[in-house]
Design a protein around this ligand. Sequence first.
Ligand code: DSN
Length: 440
Amino acid sequence: MAHDTLDRLILDHIARSDPEVASIVAAEAERQEHTIELIASENHASPAVMLAAGTCMTNKYAEGYPGRRYYGGCEHHDKVEQLARDRAKELFGCKFANVQPHSGAQANTAVFMSIMQPGDTFLSLVLKDGGHLSHGMNLNFSGIFYKPVHYPLHYDKDHPEHEQIDYDAVRQVALETKPKAILCGYSAYPRVIDFARFRQIADEVGAVLMADIAHIAGLVAAGVHPSPFPHAHVVTTTTHKSLRGPRGGLIMTNEEELNKLINRNVFPGVQGGPLMHIITAKAVAFGEALRPEFQAYQQQVVKNARALAAALQKHGYRITSGGTDNHLMLVDLTAKSDDLTGKDAEKWLEGAGIITNKNGIPDDPRPPMITSGLRLGTPATTTRGFTEPEMERIGAWIDRVLSAGLKGESELAAESDKVRSEIRALCERFPLPHATLETA
Ligand code: DSN
């Protein structure tokens, strides 16, 4: 077994029992290894996180909470859940943590049930401006059972904060609508969030302040973005984005009574048995995030985002709001060509080995399945060790592919072939963590 990689070992083992599934996973491993991952909400979890999620901890029902379970045999599950909670509290500097939500949307559901009654009004940023579907989209629980009112961004090219949160407008809408809750924290917002300002507004109208930091959790944990504590009454996040843990959710608060309600609304409110293997992997991820290397990683994530934004600006693309303070940026493709859509750009780039997602830009005239923009983020590429020079190269590759695509199909095919092989060579110099770990 010596010198085999961990990836190979696991896949060989799965193949002995199920070659069909093993070959699908092997193809995905190959795709991740040889493409550049720029989806802002994705990352490459460490081998320890991935392996923890694959342990025998999956075999147990542990409905309830540590010390108060509905099943026997939970001794070790109690310990790991308590450890995950304690590490989350230390990481984010808060008093209470619930590590059971299966996802960010389920964390948000449990919090909505804890801070509002059905039919209550809340404020949030609309999905098309960078919000999240669980912040009031009409087809989501949040828009079906509650009454969302959305606050606007600044839309004024001459304003220094064009396309950024308009805090005066947030206050105005809050005064007019007297919401039960105000949500901040977004899926496609490249600037720093002023949590203290949001709290002032929430206090003025007697609303609960809820911060959904799913995208920036890793930055917050590392002190690279200001913390929502002590300002927010309640904070939700996913654990798999910039935080680089397993796929899941997390809820935190400093308020004892609110914490009791949240615990009840996670279980039995919206969930049954917790995913104990994932909670085990969350404990590992939070432990990793408490180490000094994690801070250096997050600092590089932000530097890389700035470098990529600058490279794209140099090639004639517009970055909405004029730049980025965090791990992501929104690229306005129409600055390059009115004919360029997010849908085409995503498809063309994927063909060349650059994985992105189309995204609406503020005030986008195109529908969500077409869009005028791309959302790009740097957590995953930074995990594989890319720094500013690689970001310059990625900016140039993006421009080569999109410029060729605008010329025509044969130009696109030829350029994509060249770019794909250059990317493959670069990726081989920066292997992913799980693909390099050797078994002893
Ligand atoms: N779908 C996630 C994202 O890509 O931002 C948010 O949940």
